[in-house]
Design a protein. Structure first.
Length: 357
């Protein structure tokens, strides 16, 4: 049977709410579970830290809560961690003023200095301590982009050594009726070929025709070396997911994002993970089309073309999630859930690989 633990519970350990989970496996096998610790409320802006708990037994128990990234009483959020081939853990994330709400940013009422900016930290002891933060905004955010967010969930290092961080942004409105214009979400990714020292933009997908609205994106490297991108799709196209492939490590897309109607569910973030033995691509996300509930892991044996449900946690409310390979026989699922709402706790579930394949 799957084993379940609760590393983060709303209202405890100094935070009113915990949101936006991400999890990675360190070189030693330790699991690092990240999320946003929201101090005063569950809002997406305000005083927010990136917090962390470590597990050295495959997610069966968790150590004390640590603050991995803090921006004083402002915001540090959207953790996008990745474990490099050197063992170093990179933590790409967003910083902004506490007052910079999404609505104010979209309306252009927030200065560049107070808006969403991109920062990086690293740990060489598997999350026990962290470097000073370093800003990389100028390399990866174009002038005029307003809202900006990394992943959510884990980032990726390819077999070539390249680091890929799926990211999204919005374009400014084209007219004067800002309040009623559609929010043109767009997708791009960040690339580093020197293990995080320097960064460039990869693909940029800015589709403003209203059919595909690329938003929060997750990625996996397929066995043939292609990068598979799967995104939350805030548009009237079939379903609420879209996907694309890159044949050059995220530099460009082989084709633009297209609807992936095989992944039923609400408008919500999801996570993908490529298993190498066996060769299966996994997707996690809520599967109830009418709302954020019914957390389900689905599997694809054809690189994301078709999907089948393999494991449903329960019928409870559920929202954001992230997947990790715990060991040869186990996949880990870190996800938001609760009895009466999706944001009461962040749960970690160990799922046998045999249940997914």
């Amino acid at each position: 049977m799957p084993e379940t633990t609760v590393p983060f519970r709303a209202g405890r350990e100094g935070y009113a709410s915990y949101r936006i989970p991400a999890v990675v496996r360190a070189a030693s096998g330790a699991l690092l579970a990240f999320c946003e610790g929201r101090v005063d409320s569950a809002r997406d802006h305000g005083h927010i830290d990136i917090v962390l708990k470590r597990s050295t037994d495959g997610g069966r128990t968790w150590g004390p809560l640590q603050v991995a990234a803090s921006n004083g009483t402002d915001l540090a959020g959207n953790p996008a961690p990745v474990v490099l081939d050197t063992g170093r853990v990179l933590l790409v994330h967003i910083r902004a003023a506490a007052s910079a709400s999404e609505d104010a940013i979209l309306r252009g009422k927030v200065s560049e200095a107070d808006g969403r900016r991109v920062w990086l930290q690293h740990s060489d002891d598997e999350g026990l301590t962290w470097s000073a933060p370093r800003e990389i905004t100028e390399s990866v955010k174009r002038p005029g982009w307003r809202w900006y967010a990394t992943t959510p969930g884990h980032a990726l290092q390819l077999g070539t050594g390249r680091v890929v961080v799926p990211t999204n942004h919005t374009l400014p409105p084209t007219g004067t009726d800002i309040g009623n214009e559609p929010k043109y979400n767009s997708g791009h990714c960040l690339l580093s070929d020197d293990r995080g020292r320097t960064w460039t933009l990869g693909y940029v997908d800015e589709n403003t025709d209203g059919y595909i609205n690329v938003n929060e994106t997750t990625a996996a490297e397929l066995p043939d070396g292609r990068v598979y991108f799967n995104t939350r799709n805030d548009s009237p196209s079939p379903g609420n997911r879209a996907d694309a492939h890159s044949e050059d490590g995220g530099r460009t897309l082989h084709h633009r994002f297209r609807p992936q109607a095989g992944l039923d569910g609400p408008v919500c973030e999801g996570s993908v993970l490529q298993l190498r033995d066996p060769d299966v691509l996994l997707f996690s996300g809520p599967a109830f089309p009418g709302g954020r509930a019914l957390m389900t892991i689905r599997a694809s044996t054809d690189s994301g073309t078709t999907w089948r449900a393999r494991h449903t946690t329960d019928g409870l409310p559920a929202a954001y999630s992230d997947l990790v390979r715990v060991d040869d026989g186990t996949v880990g699922l870190l996800y938001e859930t609760g009895d009466f709402g999706a944001y009461e706790r962040i749960v970690f579930r160990r799922v046998p690989v045999t249940r997914l394949t």
